[in-house]
Design a protein around this ligand. Structure first.
Ligand code: NOJ
Length: 506
């Protein structure tokens, strides 16, 4: 009986999908000419080959090996998607999607395994050369991230990761090696992926290596959650600026590429229309986005942060301010969700929240702001992408924006039929794209959009318990299979008829 019902549901779903779509956007042509459409991954999450060809151990290799209990399923990314060995097949599936760009990151530990005091690893350089060349051969623009959460473990030990000022020179050296080796073919560089989340997870919540925090945010063996995230962010910002200065001076004039930074950005809606909650939403945005973009555009941290943190927020010297000014060609935004912001200055809150130092409580579940997804705190609120993009557009001088990540997660324990017929993901992507196109029509200067992710992969603290891929991956056989969402994306991009997905039960 149950099997028959499932069968009927699958057939009904297939038929529903065959109906031509009528709702909202359904064509690539709704976006400007030259718009980049792509899919994204990162080195630690997909490459595997964790000790191949002279790569050194990264911070995440050591963390997952020494503290498996911190990862939901106790697993690591020693093999992950084995992309290091299967990159040619992966270029093929990128190509099959009909995208014109692919966003990936370079593993620092593969390029300069021991930092600037050691050798450049020619095998690591050769790997990314092969990947870049294979992409270009298929007409796919590499969109390259220089740091996506991972660094050589040796440097984390030597400098305390981003906490030590010495890491700045290391980053400048490593990025210089990359510009020199790959810059003749790479048109799009970003220095950091989500540095705002990186330093919070590392130094405020203590959940990513080197696991530093203090109460009320967490109980780590050492750390200072009120001060260290801001010191680390300071070092990240100065590292970013030095890398961009070097690129602009020594590489860009001849190579002609562009360089930016990728910020994680939720949209905060005030929980109520009280002045306090409206201000809380504003403050939360400052502590999330303006924290990194204000220094790069205007040379200093936002006023709200200075008022709240006073001397816990480091100062830039006048030379550093000059170094920071106008140090991006574009802004990358990773946007997944919208969340309510509630003021915690005038009313009591649970202070151990992500936005804690802003004295803002963020909630999406009470009341529910949108359908929940497999990752806690990520709700489906497509309309939120529009004000998020418009906010960045207005505040940062109409800078070019790329949506460098947007995607939908499923629990790995979901049954195979639903894992593959991922109607929820199709609707998510389609609806977010609809609101993104509306921002474009309102004048936002958006240059591209990347789905997270090309393939299911190692999702940090969640291990393999959640899946974000357009392609399903069987981690025992490494077989990649396109989901309904991959087929939808291809149809959308290639101009084939786009079919309207609908739930079987609706
Ligand atoms: C942001 C991160 O850049 C990426 O590494 C992560 O897998 C996705 N979001 C999904 O959580």
């Amino acid at each position: 009986m149950a099997a028959a019902a499932t069968c009927i549901a699958v057939v009904a779903l297939a038929l529903a999908v065959l109906e031509p779509g009528a709702r909202g956007l359904d064509r690539r042509a709704d976006f400007p000419p030259g718009f980049l459409f792509g899919a994204a991954t990162s080195s630690y999450q997909v490459e595997g080959a964790y000790l191949d060809d002279n790569k050194s151990l990264s911070n995440w290799d050591v963390y997952t090996h020494t503290q498996p209990g911190k990862i939901m399923d106790g697993r690591n990314a020693d093999i992950a998607d084995d992309h290091y060995h299967r990159y040619m097949d992966d270029v093929e599936i990128v190509h099959d999607l009909g995208v014109n760009s692919y966003r990936f990151s370079i593993s620092w530990a593969r390029i300069v395994p021991r930092g600037r005091l050691g050798e450049v690893n020619s095998a690591g350089i050769a790997f990314y050369n092969r990947l870049i060349d294979a992409l270009l051969k298929k007409g796919i623009q590499p969109f390259v991230t220089l740091n996506h959460f991972d660094m050589p473990h040796e440097l984390e030990t030597r400098y305390g990761g981003w906490l030590g000022a010495g890491i700045r020179e290391e980053f400048e050296y490593y990025t210089d090696v990359c510009f020199r080796a790959f810059g003749d073919r790479v048109r799009f560089w970003t220095t950091f992926n989500e540095p705002n989340l990186l330093v919070k997870f590392q130094f405020m919540l203590g959940k990513h290596p080197p696991n530093r925090c203090s109460p009320p945010f967490g109980s780590c063996s050492s750390g200072d959650s009120r001060r260290e995230p801001y010191v680390a962010a300071h070092n990240v910002l100065l590292s970013h600026a030095a890398a961009v200065r070097n690129y602009r001076t020594n590489y860009q004039p001849e190579q002609g590429g562009s360089i930016g930074i990728v910020i994680a950005m939720k949209w905060y809606e005030p929980l109520t229309n009280s002045t306090e909650d409206v201000r809380a939403a504003r403050r939360a945005r400052s502590f999330e986005v303006d924290w990194f973009l204000d220094p790069i555009f205007f040379g200093d941290y936002p006023r709200e942060m200075r008022e709240m943190l006073s001397s816990d927020l480091p100062n830039f010297t006048s030379e550093e301010k000059k170094l920071l000014l106008n140090k991006v060609d574009f802004i990358g935004l990773n946007h997944y969700t919208t969340i309510y912001a509630k003021d915690c200055i005038y009313s009591p809150c649970d202070v151990g929240t992500y936005e804690g130092n802003a004295l803002v409580y963020a909630t999406g579940g009470n009341p529910q702001i949108g359908k929940p997804t497999a990752v806690g705190g990520y709700y489906v609120v497509p309309e939120g992408i529009e004000p998020a993009v418009m906010y960045v557009n207005h505040r940062y001088k109409n800078a070019t924006i790329y949506i460098t990540e947007n995607g939908y997660s499923q629990h790995s324990s979901t049954n195979m039929v639903d894992l593959m017929s991922d109607v929820e993901r199709v609707n998510y992507l389609k609806d977010y794209l609809t609101y993104l196109s509306s921002a474009v029509r309102k004048g936002a200067n958006v240059g591209g959009y990347f789905v997270w992710s090309l393939v299911d992969n190692f999702e940090w603290l969640f291990g393999y318990t959640v899946r974000f891929g357009l392609y399903h991956v069987d981690f025992d056989t490494q077989v990649r299979t396109p989901r309904m969402s991959a087929n939808w994306y291809r149809a959308f991009l290639t101009g084939d008829e786009v079919h309207e997905p609908r739930r079987a039960d609706s």
